[in-house]
Design a protein around this ligand. Structure first.
Ligand code: G3P
Ligand code: MG
Length: 346
């Protein structure tokens, strides 16, 4: 007599709910996968008792590479196929600004990589701090360009260059020279680097791709990030000019970022799963109360569907502390988080 094989239910894709993942501190730390993240990805791709696949997107404040390159990294790190159609990073929504500004200063990231990102977004005339230092090496007295940076930078005609906006795309690799250059721009007359404003109120606007003061890496304790640079820059501007610098942040927790995510999720569910109606609930898994939980909760107030915040303990949030923005659910890690969501929906 042969054993009756256990009947396995046919694979189904959930129409009713979807998932959105923060990356640093939830799926990765210092570029390495958090072990439970790999299990979580298998679980939502059908390796669960219900034979259910759940559509999902990624929503990180990080950046510094093209979406395509970042998705190739994630595919390798998490062992699943990740497409740019399901991926938003801090600077992704900034591509909508390419229509508005022609000559822009793009700051942050490794070498000259962010220039490539900005050009891919359609910005026509992209200037980097490397270009400015190459043109005038005494801009930042103690900063020397590496050979690579020098070769990938261009010399500007400062008398003819007018910067219309400043975009901080990714974490600065050299705070001193980047802050000097941003200050020079915002204190300039209409973005002309060779002219200083008398009133300091006619410089270009400064946009940050997010405002995370700290973030989770391989270090035991959170590291300072772009929000810290922003605070530092605003303090410097005040000290030097006596005025307040009004800068603008994209990324989580901004509502616009969650609206952008809603549109992306809609397209992703339709194109890759053939689902055309919006999900009743979107579970968002994050590690930072100030950006992930706050953004999800505030968006939930105005969204047409439910946005459900899940806080994990593998990143910025420290177990035993009171999160400044309380989530609907706290889980040990993202694997426990996705099991909670799938079981709650089943
Ligand atoms: O620089 C990235 C960091 O501030 C946060 O990334 O994935 O936790 O939103 P993430
Ligand atoms: Mg995070």
């Amino acid at each position: 007599q042969t054993d009756t094989p256990l009947s396995t239910p046919p694979m189904t894709t959930s129409n009713d709910f979807a998932l959105a993942f923060d990356i640093d501190g939830v799926l990765l730390r210092g570029g390495n996968p958090i072990p439970e993240a790999v299990d979580a990805m298998k679980y939502i791709n059908g390796e669960n008792p219900f034979g259910m696949r759940v559509p999902y997107i990624f929503l990180t404040n990080g950046g510094g590479k093209t979406e395509q390159e970042r998705c190739e990294d994630l595919t390798r790190q998490l062992g699943i196929e990740v497409s740019p159609g399901q991926f938003i990073c801090g600077h992704t929504p900034m591509r909508e600004m390419a229509e508005r500004y022609n000559t822009v200063l793009v700051v942050g990231g490794e070498g000259e990589k962010c220039r490539i990102v900005a050009e891919a977004y359609g910005f026509k005339d992209v200037i980097t701090p490397g270009d400015i230092i190459k043109t005038r090496p005494d801009t930042a007295p103690f900063r020397k360009l590496t050979e690579d940076e020098y070769n990938n930078s261009r010399t500007l005609d400062l008398g003819k260059t007018q910067i219309e906006a400043i975009f901080v795309f990714a974490d600065s690799r050299d705070w001193a020279s980047d802050q000097q250059i941003i200050l020079d721009c915002v204190m300039s007359k209409n973005g002309c680097l060779d002219q200083r404003s008398e009133t300091f109120d006619d410089g270009p606007p400064v946009f940050f791709s997010h405002n995370d003061v700290v973030w989770s890496t391989s270090h035991d304790y959170s590291r300072i990030g772009m929000g810290a640079l922003r605070a530092s820059l605003e303090a410097l501007y005040k000290a030097v000019t006596g005025k307040d610098l009004k800068s603008i942040a994209f990324g989580k927790p901004q509502i616009g970022t969650f609206q952008f995510a809603t549109r992306l999720l809609q397209e992703w569910r339709s194109e890759s799963h053939g689902i055309n109606e919006p999900p009743a609930t979107v579970y968002f898994f994050g590690d930072t109360p100030e950006s992930d939980v706050r953004g999800t909760n505030e968006y939930n107030e105005i969204a047409e569907n439910e946005w459900y915040s899940v806080l994990v303990k593998t990143g910025v949030y420290q177990d035993g502390t009171e999160p400044r923005f309380p989530p609907k659910k706290i889980c040990e890690n993202v694997y426990e988080g996705v099991k909670f969501a799938v079981e709650r929906e089943h």
